[in-house]
Design a protein around this ligand. Structure first.
Ligand SMILES: [Zn+2]
Length: 457
């Protein structure tokens, strides 16, 4: 009984909080922000400059170095203060030349992408019979029968989190039984014969075998051949290699708070991408949305009471050294971070924000969510009133693990995994109006949070 009274009271409180009409000054600021976002389309112009001018940007590549210079120029041009880089060392994996072909029952080229972190093959490649499996359990049932073979994981997409283990640890699982290479069906719900790469890691107790993604078309064809009793043989050549760690840097700029400069609202995306396509949605979009949010606030002469800081992290895709390095450099001022916000689920229209507070008690987490939901009336006007738990980003996760409230801009992501980590992640997939809307949503939220007493803790 007492519990239900408690529950009713907190529901009533939440309803009261949600029903509060935002102050007229915030409504006016939000309207001006949106109008400016759609008048200037600055986020799209930035993304076009990044994608078409520099292209993809893997950690350790000259393109990422160029993007770091580009980002400082753009932040400075946007009127941000204290624009600087914060150095970190990043892994330096290089794909090299790669190709694969079916050599039996007939010659047929296969579109592949080596997985990030993979070793290469000998110069003349690996040629072996293929065993197609649909799960780790099926692999383990076959056991030593895969010795000397190429294992292909043909696992239908059942959501990214549910399927990505085959990409991440499939090579070592197959090597344990003596396989000479591992192929994985691309982690994507649909395909136009486009392979999708992504990071993998080796179990240090197993031999390192080369590993690559194949397309859905190829994976299902090879399975059909196996089921028909037709032996399949593949020739795989990969020039992949890992060089010594390379110098790189996070890029930072900010609007210092007028009243509480030590209270920081961090807006972020990651500047690195895979070495294919243009890294347009992953995560060029998150970077330009974050920068544009700050620029809109700056351009309109709004004066945030708290500091709004934009961070472009590096090395989200294959190491998280940017996120880890940022924590290491700012350990002493963690108490000042009001929120670490990340946009890393594409460019489609955002529905709201997700909040992560893993160190908080369930009661404290519920209270923080209620605080977040006080912004719902303001954000609903922009179609982004869905304020829930969960879903902040990878780059801010080291901060969040230390107790900094983490927030993720929650994009609709209906087609995100169709092109994720593939040659098809290019600017033409990004909608200019969605990008402007997302920048307006993030700017409105950041500004309102900067003017508020909300701490989420
Ligand atoms: Zn990403």
């Amino acid at each position: 009984m007492r519990l239900s009274i408690c529950l009713l009271t907190s529901l009533a409180l939440a309803a009261t909080l949600q029903a509060q009409r935002p102050p007229a000054s915030l409504l006016a600021a939000s309207d001006r922000i949106k109008a400016e976002a759609f008048r200037t389309h600055g986020a799209y112009r930035d993304l076009a400059s990044l994608c078409d001018g520099i292209g993809h940007r893997l950690s350790g590549s000259p393109e990422l170095d160029k993007a770091i210079v580009w980002a400082q120029d753009r932040m400075t041009a946007a009127g941000l203060k204290n624009v600087h880089t914060e150095p970190v060392m990043v892994p330096h994996w290089v794909r090299g030349a790669e190709r694969a072909e079916m050599v039996a029952p007939r010659a047929q080229p296969l579109h592949i992408l080596g997985l990030g972190g993979s070793v290469g093959t000998p110069a003349d490649g690996v040629t072996a019979d293929v065993v197609v499996v649909g799960s780790f359990a099926e692999l383990d049932r076959l056991g030593a029968a895969v010795k000397g073979k190429i294992v292909l994981y043909d696992v239908p997409y059942a959501g990214y989190g549910a399927t990505v283990a085959y990409r991440f640890s499939g090579a070592s699982r197959a090597a344990r039984w003596g396989a000479v290479a591992a192929l994985v069906r691309s982690i994507s719900p649909v395909s136009l014969d486009t392979p999708h790469t992504g990071v993998m890691a080796y179990d240090p107790t197993q031999p390192k075998i080369p590993t690559a993604a194949v397309t859905l078309e190829a994976a299902t064809q090879l399975r059909r051949l196996q089921e028909a009793g037709v032996p399949v043989r593949i020739h795989l050549v990969m020039g992949a290699t890992t060089l010594p760690d390379a110098p790189s840097a996070n890029v930072v700029g900010e609007i210092p708070g007028t009243e509480r400069p030590n209270e920081v609202i961090l807006l972020s995306g990651h500047l690195d991408s895979w070495d294919v396509g243009q890294g347009a949605q992953d995560d060029g979009a998150g970077c330009v949305i974050s920068l544009e949010a700050a620029r809109l606030i700056q351009a309109l002469g709004l004066k945030p009471r708290r500091t709004i800081r934009v961070v472009f992290f590096v090395n989200e895709e294959n190491g998280l050294r940017g996120g880890d390095g940022y924590l290491a450099a700012h350990r002493a001022d963690l108490a000042g971070f009001v929120a670490a916000v990340e946009s890393d689920s594409g460019s489609e229209k955002a529905r709201g924000f997700g909040l992560d507070l893993p160190k908080a008690t369930p009661e404290a987490r519920a209270a923080a969510l209620a605080q977040l939901q006080t912004f719902a009336p303001l954000l609903e006007r922009l179609g982004a009133g869905r304020l829930v738990l969960g879903g902040s980003g990878e780059d801010v996760s080291p901060l969040v693990a230390q107790g900094v409230p983490g927030l993720g801009l929650d994009h609709a992501a209906t087609h995100y995994f169709d092109i994720h980590h593939s040659e098809a992640d290019t600017l033409d997939k990004v909608d200019e109006n969605d990008l402007a809307q997302n920048a307006a949503i993030l700017a409105t939220f950041a500004y309102a949070l900067a003017q508020s007493e909300v701490t989420f803790r």
